[in-house]
Design a protein around this ligand. Structure first.
Ligand SMILES: [Zn+2]
Length: 134
């Protein structure tokens, strides 16, 4: 478990299936019904072909660290959390997700490192997806 703050997600009509999945411990992303690309960030249309129909599907939750930085000074609720890792994780299915890598020494994180999703409780039954070494 990280010691990062976990704020409740801001649920909207657009993102409800994504947050419902997180609450169930599943990473669920929209896939365009027209061009069949996965959509990140979660929304109910396709930014690639402007298709307006998507289907929500569970992905593996596995990926690799594409890029990262170690933040050594946090602000606000993150003040006590530093140092912590802000990273782009490239999911095995393709999308690159801006996230935190947790559950490891920030100095041990490396580009190309395999990671898997973890879900951290965020109040009211909700959960935030973050990633940890696989
Ligand atoms: Zn599309």
């Amino acid at each position: 478990m990280s010691e990062l703050p976990t704020r409740p997600p801001r649920r909207t009509h657009e993102t409800a299936p994504f947050w419902d999945g997180c609450a169930e411990g599943r990473l669920v992303l929209p896939r365009c019904d027209r061009c069949h690309e996965l959509v990140w960030y979660p929304r109910r249309f396709c930014p690639l072909c402007a298709g307006t129909e998507v289907s929500w599907e569970e992905v593996s939750g596995r990926g690799t660290v594409y890029s990262f930085t170690v933040l050594r000074r946090g602000d606000g609720p993150y003040r006590e959390a530093a140092p912590y890792v802000l990273a782009y994780v490239e999911l095995d299915e393709g999308p690159r997700v801006l996230t935190n890598v947790v559950g490891t020494d920030p100095g041990a994180v490396a580009v190309g490192q395999p990671v898997r999703v973890v879900f951290e409780p965020a109040g009211d039954g909700d959960a935030l997806p973050r990633f940890t070494p696989a």
